[in-house]
Design a binder for this molecule. Structure first.
Ligand code: TYM
Length: 328
């Protein structure tokens, strides 16, 4: 079985975008790959977050991964900070990455544009080096991510190739896996922006996995669309409707063509109700499992066992790198 790895940062509440663009795909992959899934809590502090919120978000993700259908018997789960080697390796990468490369990262450009120089922390800038360390320390072949993280995985490949060329073979070159559908779910209130944990358009544009399903349905019903009454996939001219089609398609398994045929001649209200129904069903199922897991206390044990397994691999790799560089 090929190894696969991915993670989510607990910097806010998990969104329907995280589910459709990431977790839903992990669930599909768990039978075909040796899958490592972690919580990127060290990444979460690149933006301001209170300790209470960080703890709560971490705990929520830990339970939500499993509530969304990932099976602890098949997947190794762990928390990034439980494996100290990630941060050690990221320092090595800081010393092998160039300012120009990190300045080109779209996510850094987007986030830093909103801040002035004195409020951008260095961690936000070097974040892709920590992400490269998260990945390369385990030698995975595939990294399933949404569209917005693809550039970071590409930089990770460049770092791996550079290190292998300079010091001799030490890292597997990973490949990003971006699903053809649902890789970029947009905000419901501004479909030109990604649906995000820190949505500036406010909570109306973003559905959280732990939203009251009734509230989620309301958000879908008031999603921004166009003035035609034609359910048709056209991202340029009909971004709102296309986004709702992405959501509906991802959750129902239907293709855009099938969706267009299903709602031919119908008004947007009918289509939105169908999207709302399937979102409500999805959230209700996830939340029932989540509540049960939060009450049971079995999560801690699962993550502790995962950390033991991850640490063994990461420690060996870090020492190999240290030897190659002459640190040991
Ligand atoms: P994060 O926490 O921002 O997002 C987690 C995953 O969800 C995907 N995603 C989306 N997909 C579709 N539509 C959206 N609106 C949407 N929003 C988010 C992201 O693409 C991602 O796959 N840096 C990473 C976490 C990370 C990581 C790693 C991932 C740290 N180290 C190593 C893979 C491997 C991040 O901030 O993702």
């Amino acid at each position: 079985m090929d190894r696969m790895l991915s993670g989510i940062k607990p910097s806010g509440k998990l969104t329907l975008g995280n589910y459709i663009g990431a977790i839903r795909n992990f669930v599909k992959y768990q039978d075909e790959y040796e899958l490592y899934i972690f919580i990127a809590n060290l990444h979460a502090i690149t933006v301001p977050v209170s300790k209470e919120e960080l703890r709560k978000n971490t705990k929520d993700i830990a339970a939500l991964y499993i509530a969304c259908g990932l099976d602890p018997k098949k997947v190794t789960f762990f928390i990034q900070s439980d494996v100290l080697e990630h941060a050690n390796l990221s320092w090595i990468f800081n010393c092998h990455t160039y300012m120009g490369e990190l300045k080109r990262m779209t996510q850094f450009k987007d986030k830093s544009q909103k801040l002035n120089d004195s409020s951008i922390n260095v961690g936000l800038f070097t974040y892709p080096d920590l992400m490269a360390a998260d990945i390369l320390i385990y030698d995975p072949k595939y990294i399933p991510v949404g569209e917005d993280q693809k550039q970071h995985v590409e930089l990770t490949r460049d770092i791996a190739i550079r290190m292998n060329n300079k010091y001799g073979e030490m890292f597997t070159i990973p490949e990003p896996l971006v699903a053809s559908e649902g890789a970029r779910i947009m905000s419901l209130s501004n479909p030109s922006k990604k649906m995000s944990k820190s949505d500036e358009t406010g909570d109306k544009g973003c559905i959280y996995l732990l939203d009251d399903p009734k509230l989620a349905a309301k958000k879908i019903m008031s999603a921004v669309t166009d003035s035609e009454a034609n359910v048709k996939y056209d991202v340029t001219n009909k971004p709102g409707i296309s986004n709702l089609m992405e959501i509906y398609g991802a959750l129902s398994g239907k293709t855009n063509q099938e969706i267009e045929a299903e709602f031919k001649g119908q008004n947007y209200g009918v289509f939105k109700s169908a999207v709302a129904d399937i979102v409500v069903t999805t959230l209700t199922e996830i939340q029932a499992k989540y509540k049960q897991l939060m009450a049971s206390g079995e999560i801690n044990e699962i993550y502790q066992q995962g950390a033991i397994k991850a640490r063994a691999i990461a420690n060996q790799k870090l020492h190999k790198v240290y030897r190659k560089l002459g640190i040991e």
